[in-house]
Design a protein around this ligand. Structure first.
Ligand SMILES: [Zn+2]
Ligand SMILES: [Zn+2]
Length: 290
């Protein structure tokens, strides 16, 4: 009997893939900030947004760390949650935050931008994000790119890419080639999600833009949406289907209200110095302003 038990124990040990690190979760998004480690160096940060109807809704962002450097995609909506995220990265992980990248111009991407700037972190965005944010945001991204941009992070890289209009006219996705992980932001829907806030959307182009993402990253292993659960290629297929055949039917549901109009951003015209970097920049080249 004892022998049988030890064989079962050995088999169960062998069944666990030795190279796979366990998923790790720190905090709860309902309390302000949740950080989930998916694999070494790859994290999802999730924080709340309070909607005007009293609902509280979780918003995802992505963190990629390699060799002591980090790039963060999307800020938490609120400054206090953003402070927690920066403290965790700088104090606990002891990494240098190389860049913060809002993936579109809504508050669940750039609400905490001023806190990153105060911490000395440089911000980068699609030029269209800057243009759209100008009319509503207090603080704007500092360095702009057109179309795509690749960050060198330690020995690895992360690519940003604008696949076309969808949830907004400026939405980009981020791709970690070494992990085959896509951060789709709010243009990527969790399976079963509604269409969300369509106030700034292009529902007619959405499916085609998502088809372009699918075509560009056919080998993806993990897809992270702006809200809700991650998964695989089925999130892209779900999103494509959701906006196919329904182009004329523009309905808003209450599930995704990440737009500024629901919780009042002050309009402040901002005149900030802008650095411009060219399209398809090679990793790291000309990236860091002196
Ligand atoms: Zn949005
Ligand atoms: Zn959103």
């Amino acid at each position: 009997m004892l022998r049988l038990l030890s064989i079962i124990f050995l088999i169960s040990l062998m069944a666990q893939p030795a190279c796979k690190s366990p998923e790790l979760t720190i905090g709860k998004w309902q309390d302000g900030l949740e950080i989930r480690r998916l694999s070494p160096g790859l994290f999802i940060h999730t924080s709340p947004i309070n909607l005007s109807n009293g609902q509280v809704f979780p918003c995802n962002g992505m963190i990629f760390i390699n060799q002591g450097e980090a790039v963060v995609f999307d800020t938490p909506v609120y400054e206090k949650d953003t402070e927690k995220l920066i403290r965790w990265l700088q104090d606990e992980q002891q990494v240098t935050i190389k860049a913060i990248v809002p993936t579109h111009f809504h508050d669940d991407c750039l609400g905490g931008l001023s806190i990153f700037h105060e911490a000395g972190v440089k911000s980068y965005s699609n030029r269209l994000t800057y243009e759209l944010a100008k009319s509503q945001a207090e603080v704007l991204p500092q360095t702009l790119f057109d179309g795509s941009y690749t960050f060198q992070v330690g020995r690895e890289s992360v690519e940003c890419w604008f696949p076309g209009e969808a949830h907004t006219k400026d939405n980009i996705v981020a791709w970690v080639p070494s992990k085959k992980v896509l951060f789709g932001g709010c243009m990527l829907k969790a399976v079963g999600a509604g269409k969300g806030n369509l106030a700034d959307a292009n529902v007619g182009a959405w499916s085609a833009s998502m088809e372009a993402v699918k075509k560009k990253y056919p080998k993806l292993k993990l897809a992270i949406p702006g809200h809700g659960d991650s998964g695989g290629m089925e999130l892209l297929d779900f999103t494509i289907k959701l906006f196919n055949d329904q182009i004329s039917a523009i309905h808003q549901d209450a599930k995704h209200l990440c737009n500024h109009q629901f919780y009042g951003f002050r309009r402040v015209s901002a005149e900030l110095p802008i650095r411009t970097i060219s399209q398809d920049s090679v990793a790291g080249q000309g990236l860091v302003p002196q």
